[in-house]
Design a protein around this ligand. Structure first.
Ligand SMILES: Nc1ncnc2c1ncn2[C@@H]1O[C@H](COP(=O)(O)OP(=O)(O)OP(=O)(O)O)[C@@H](O)[C@H]1O
Ligand SMILES: [Mg+2]
Length: 466
């Protein structure tokens, strides 16, 4: 991610992923419902078993007493051989275990009436935990009124009770599973409806990178569709405004260049001619003075020298105003001449010029701007940095056109020594042509001027200008 990365403004509320949020909430809801229902089932079962044991006690007492009477003869008071067959019918329904002891506290028989089925161990364990070890009913077995032959203890049959509880819990689990399934059913359409948000973000990223012609997808969700349409409208307006601004800036550049040319023509035709004739006059006076009045000779020579100096200065100004050979011989030749001029003037600095690709075929406005940027960059490098080496690199390929001017001078932008308009002007030029401009310090020292014109910008300039 670079500096163009979209900045998300910090808000007080955290961002919410609707899909995950929904999934999490409903799943949590299902879980809570499941747990609560499970707890209620257990709690009811415990309460039921508690009252149940007390109530069944009497019935069991009667049945056991009957069985004790039948199996024993009148003279034996032992319970030996008792199998609790009298409880075979009702036992499984009651969900109990019965233990019988004789009067000497010896265990006679112990049976649990479990009619099959199995529940997970954890349910049985939970039930045992909740009921506690002390729940039981203790009764007396008598044969004749007043004669005690033994005792019996009724305890809940945890195996059959846990099967009953497990059946209820299974229903609850089914319900929870149903809610989770519903969750999935909701999640899928929501995910499908929100899927275009990724595409919308991708388009926004493209727009941010400068591709304003990118358009939003049209999602099925009406809210997103409205947002997408709003963005498209905004992008269209922005595109139009930028296009008219660029057009205006291009016109201004063209007018400025035209003005410079006119000025150069005027200076050349007016001042140039005048200076040439003054030079000729001075030469004539000098010739005459030599023969007739040698005292005038120094003055005549001074006039000739000043005129020659003015001519030279004028030529310098003309060169600045109107790039030599840019129109006639093309950008490469004009840049060669420009760099050649600096080589001559600054013998202690190495100038490199590298040209790649068909830069002469670039649109007129772009050629002039590139020339001007190189011109200003070289002037700045020599003026502010005192460099030992300056590299100019112009490249044109399928991706567009790129210019780099690197120097190894003092670097760093600081208080301006001149009018301070040079960098501003370069910036304006590049922006007007739809490119990107940067002036950055280099490590360990030096400055880099960068101007990038993407292929799209080159095409646009071509179309608007030619
Ligand atoms: N190659 C460079 N090396 C060092 N400093 C630079 C370089 N290019 C620009 N600068 C800094 O940036 C400032 C602004 O440059 P700019 O060209 O806008 O103004 P200027 O050269 O001072 O005046 P002018 O308007 O005549 O060009 C300069 O004053 C200088 O401090
Ligand atoms: Mg400057």
């Amino acid at each position: 991610m670079n500096e163009h990365t979209m900045k998300v403004p910090e808000t007080t509320s955290a961002a919410v992923d609707l899909k995950r949020h929904l999934l999490l909430r409903v799943s949590l809801f299902a879980l809570v419902i499941g747990l609560a229902a499970g707890a209620i089932v257990l709690q009811q079962a415990v309460a039921r078993i508690g009252t149940h044991i007390q109530r069944t006690g009497n019935t069991v007492e009667r049945l056991i007493a009957g069985e004790a009477d039948q199996t024993r003869d009148a003279f034996r008071r032992s319970l030996e051989g008792m199998e609790l067959k009298s409880l075979d019918g009702i036992g499984p329904l009651l969900g109990i275990c019965v233990a019988v002891e004789d009067i000497y506290k010896r265990a006679v028989v112990q049976r649990c009436f479990h009619d099959g089925g199995a529940a997970p161990g954890v349910v049985r364990w939970l039930l045992a935990l909740l009921i506690g070890p002390d729940l039981h009913y203790r009764g007396v077995i008598g044969q004749y009124p007043g004669v005690k032959v033994g005792e019996f203890v009724v305890t809940p049959d945890l195996d059959s009770e846990s099967v009953a509880v497990w059946n209820q819990i299974r229903t609850v689990l089914g319900m929870t599973l149903g809610i989770l399934l519903l969750n999935l059913l909701i999640y899928r359409p929501v995910r499908r409806a929100l899927r275009p948000t990724d595409q919308i973000l991708a388009v926004l990223a493209r727009m941010e990178a400068g591709e304003l012609s990118a358009r939003m997808p049209r999602p099925r969700l009406i809210e997103l569709r409205r947002i997408a349409a709003g963005f498209d409208h905004l992008a269209e307006q922005l595109q139009k405004t930028l296009a008219s601004q660029r057009h205006l800036a291009l016109r201004l550049l063209a007018v400025r260049e035209e003005e410079r040319r006119r000025l150069a023509r005027e200076l050349h035709d007016e001042f140039g001619q005048c200076l040439a004739s003054i030079g000729a006059e001075a030469a004539f006076i000098g010739g005459r003075a030599e023969a007739r009045d040698p005292d005038l000779l120094p003055a005549a020579r001074a006039i000739a020298a000043v005129t020659a100096h003015m001519m030279e200065s004028l030529q310098g100004i003309l060169l600045q105003l109107r790039p030599v050979g840019l129109e006639e011989f093309g950008l490469s030749a004009a840049l060669e001449a420009l760099v050649g001029g600096w080589r001559r003037r600054q013998a202690d600095c190495v100038f490199e010029l590298k040209v790649d690709g068909e830069i002469d075929a670039l649109p007129d406005a772009l050629r002039t701007s590139l020339y001007r940027i190189v011109q200003e960059s070289l002037t700045n490098a020599l003026r502010h940095g005192d460099p030992g080496r300056v590299k100019v690199d112009v490249r044109r390929d399928g991706a567009g056109c790129r210019l780099r001017v690197d120097d190894d001078g003092a670097g760093r932008e600081g208080p301006t020594a001149g009018s301070g308009l040079g960098v501003l002007g370069m910036h304006e030029r590049v922006e007007a042509l739809g490119g990107r401009f940067a002036l950055t310090p280099l490590t360990p020292r030096g400055m880099r001027v960068e101007a990038d014109f993407p292929a799209e910008a080159v095409r646009t300039v071509e179309m608007t200008h030619d």
